[in-house]
Design a protein. Structure first.
Length: 154
């Protein structure tokens, strides 16, 4: 049975992923980088620069990527269907459907991609942060890995 504390943790994790979307789309790289642990890893595949390791590299790469995205909110990350699994009091795994859309004119098709975020979260000093994130790409290119093991321990 899930506890009230775990429900609060799950809501905090949901807010964390939502902040990620808002900070990316609003082009706030400093705030976005602060959502990650110091030793975090972003696994975005070969088309998006491979693995980004550590908060410093994550900040730099997101700042560079945001410059290419056009104006603020020119791209919108919509995440749905959260599936959060508590591993222990300080570790959780989450999966989210990703709908990535363009909001600027000049594109016949606003769809950029569909994917699934597969995350590992760590609670550091009472705050949930992203420790690992991966995108399994579903469309337009398919690049999918197996879901992380439910018994994952970082």
């Amino acid at each position: 049975m899930i506890t009230v504390e775990q429900l609060c943790d799950i809501e905090s994790i949901k807010n964390l992923r939502n902040l990620y979307c808002h900070f990316f789309d609003g082009q706030f790289p400093e705030e976005m980088a602060a959502l990650f642990t110091e030793d975090a890893i972003c696994e975005f595949g070969p088309d998006y620069g491979g693995d980004w390791v550590g908060r410093e590299q994550i900040h730099k790469n997101f700042a560079d990527w945001m410059k290419k995205e056009g104006p603020q909110y020119g791209v919108m990350h919509s995440v749905t269907n959260p599936w959060i699994r508590m591993i222990d009091d300080e570790t959780a795994n989450g999966r989210w459907y990703l709908h990535d859309l363009r909001t600027t004119e000049g594109f016949e098709n606003p769809l950029i991609l569909y994917g699934i975020y597969d995350d590992v979260y760590k609670k550091i000093d009472g705050e949930w942060l992203i420790h690992q994130t991966r995108i399994d790409f579903l469309w337009p290119k398919r690049y999918i890995m197996e879901p992380r093991d439910i018994s994952y321990r970082a």
